[in-house]
Design a protein. Structure first.
Length: 128
């Protein structure tokens, strides 16, 4: 029989479905899940913030509609801020990570490292 590993927190599942009760891990994964949110967060961390069009050029393959949707969700969830810049007649905005977004980065870097080890190959994507 395999000995139970101690991880420093309870791994016991509740009687209810973990999707019906507040689970911090599932909540966090819901905030950053999906195809585009992590690439957006990586790029904002790498650049320190940028405009909508620059972000769309760097996150290759994303449509403007999906970029706008993801940015609104990340802003709503407190991970990204949107600042309007005064620039004459042209409306410009800058998106950047909030302090909560920056707090997420060490965890994402650890997850990146785990994924890299799990793949067993050198990564083709860059870590922020």
């Amino acid at each position: 029989m395999k000995a139970k590993m101690t991880v420093g927190y309870s791994t016991a599942l509740p009687r209810e479905s973990v999707y019906d009760i507040p689970c911090p891990l599932i909540h966090a994964l819901n905030l950053i899940g999906g195809k585009w949110k992590l690439p957006i967060l990586w790029h904002l961390a790498d650049t320190g913030g940028c405009g909508f069009n620059a972000l769309g050029r760097e996150v290759r393959g994303i449509t403007n509609m999906m970029l706008g949707k993801c940015l609104k969700e990340l802003e709503r969830d407190g991970l990204v801020s949107k600042t309007e810049l005064a620039s004459g007649k042209v409306r410009r905005v800058k998106y950047a990570l909030t302090p909560q977004g920056w707090r997420l980065l060490p965890t994402l870097k650890e997850l990146y490292q785990w994924g890299k080890e799990h793949l067993g190959v050198e990564s083709v994507c860059q870590q922020a």
